[in-house]
Design a binder for this molecule. Structure first.
Ligand SMILES: C[S@@+](CC[C@H](N)C(=O)[O-])C[C@H]1O[C@@H](n2cnc3c(N)ncnc32)[C@H](O)[C@@H]1O
Length: 303
C-alpha cells in the first residue's frame, strides 16, 4: 500500500499564481517547509542556478523520498530534512544559512497520504484510525476518541472542526466505545453519520458528514495550529529584506492565523502584504484538481 500510495500524483495547488507573484534570484535560497512530492519546489528549483540552495522539510519520510526523486535533476543544492516546520529556524541555521529569499508553506496533506492506510486519515475507506503524519508522535486519533472525556471531546470537535453537532457526536462516541473500542476510520465515520442523522440535518449535505470531525482530530493529533503559529513567528527573522513568505491554507482556522500574523507584521513595519485578499484557484484549476477548491494563498514581503 505504501509503495502504491507514493505513486499517486500530487498536483501542486495555485502554482501559476505563485510563479506570477514570486521571482527568485538565480543564486537564491528557498525553504519549502512542506516539500510533499516536490511539485512546487520543482517549479521554482528549475530556474535556480548552481549557487542556489533549496531546503525542503516534511514530517512524512515517504514525502521526503518522493521529493528526492522529483528534484534529483535540479542543478541547485537540494537539502531535504525530516523535520517539522515549527523548527524551521534551527534547520536553516544548522546549514550555516542566516537569511533566505523565499519561504513557502503549502499546508495540509498530499493526495498520497489520504490514500495510504498507514496514515489512517480517510473516511472514504476503512483504515486503522491513526492520523499521525509524523510517526514520531505518540498519540493517535484512536487514543483521543477512546480516552478523552465527553466534554473535552465535544470541545475539540467544535474548536478544530467547527462542527455544530459536536456534543451529539461526542455523546455517541462515548456510548459506543463502552461497547467496543473505536479503532478504524470506517467505525468512526459511520458513528458520526449516525449522530448527524437528525431531522434538522436531513437536507442534502455538500460535504461528507464526517469531514469536520476528521479535520478536528487530524488538527489535534498533529498539533497543526500550534506548529503553524510557531512557523509564522519564526519567518520574519529568517527572511532577507525583500524576501517573501507564501502560505497556502485549506481551512479557515489556518487562514485566519496567517491573515492575523501578516497584518500584525505589517503594522510593525516588518511586512508589506502582497495579497490584500487571498488568491484563490480559478474554476479551471478546480475542475482539473478538485483538492484545490478550498485553497487560499497569502503572500507577504519582508521590508
Ligand atoms: C499539501 S502537501 C505539500 C505538497 C507540495 N507542495 C507539492 O507540490 O508536492 C503538504 C505536506 O506538508 C507536510 N506537513 C504537514 N505538516 C507539516 C509540518 N508541521 N512540518 C513539515 N511538514 C508538514 C505533509 O506531510 C505533506 O507532505
Amino acid at each position: 500500500m505504501e509503495a502504491d500510495a507514493i505513486k499517486i500524483e500530487h498536483i501542486p495547488v495555485l502554482s501559476e499564481a505563485l510563479a506570477e507573484q514570486i521571482t527568485l534570484p538565480p543564486d537564491g535560497v528557498m525553504v519549502d517547509t512542506t516539500i510533499g512530492h516536490g511539485g512546487h519546489s520543482y517549479l521554482f528549483g528549475k530556474n535556480l542556478g548552481t549557487k542556489a540552495v533549496l531546503i525542503g522539510l516534511d514530517v512524512d519520510k515517504n514525502a521526503i523520498r518522493a521529493a528526492q526523486s522529483r528534484l534529483k535533476d535540479l542543478t541547485c543544492k537540494v537539502i531535504l530534512l525530516h523535520s517539522n516546520f515549527s523548527q524551521i529556524a534551527e534547520r536553516v541555521h544548522e546549514q550555516g544559512i542566516d537569511k533566505v529569499d523565499f519561504i513557502l508553506a503549502d499546508l495540509g496533506l498530499c493526495s498520497a497520504q489520504l490514500a495510504d492506510a498507514q496514515f489512517g486519515l480517510s473516511f472514504q475507506a476503512d483504515m486503522p484510525l491513526d492520523m499521525r503524519i509524523d510517526k514520531r508522535l505518540k498519540t493517535t486519533a484512536a487514543d483521543i476518541v477512546n480516552k478523552t472525556d465527553e466534554k473535552s471531546l465535544a470541545d475539540l470537535i467544535y474548536k478544530f472542526g467547527q462542527e455544530r453537532a459536536s456534543r451529539r457526536i461526542a455523546r455517541l462516541i462515548v456510548q459506543q466505545r463502552k461497547i467496543e473500542s473505536i479503532t478504524t476510520t470506517g467505525q468512526l465515520a459511520s458513528m458520526v453519520c449516525r449522530a448527524l442523522r437528525q431531522p434538522r440535518q436531513k437536507r442534502r449535505l455538500r460535504i461528507h458528514p464526517a469531514t469536520r470531525t476528521f479535520q478536528a482530530l487530524r488538527i489535534a493529533v498533529n498539533d497543526e495550529l500550534e506548529n503553524l503559529k510557531q512557523l509564522l513567528v519564526s519567518v520574519p527573522g529568517l527572511l532577507k529584506k525583500g524576501g517573501h513568505i507564501a502560505v497556502i491554507s485549506f481551512h479557515s482556522l489556518e487562514d485566519r492565523l496567517v491573515k492575523i500574523n501578516f497584518k500584525f507584521n505589517e503594522d510593525q513595519g516588518i511586512y508589506k502584504i502582497a495579497t490584500k485578499k487571498p488568491i484563490v484557484p480559478t474554476r479551471g484549476e478546480i475542475m482539473k484538481n478538485p483538492r484545490a477548491r478550498s485553497a487560499k494563498l497569502r503572500i507577504a514581503q519582508k521590508q
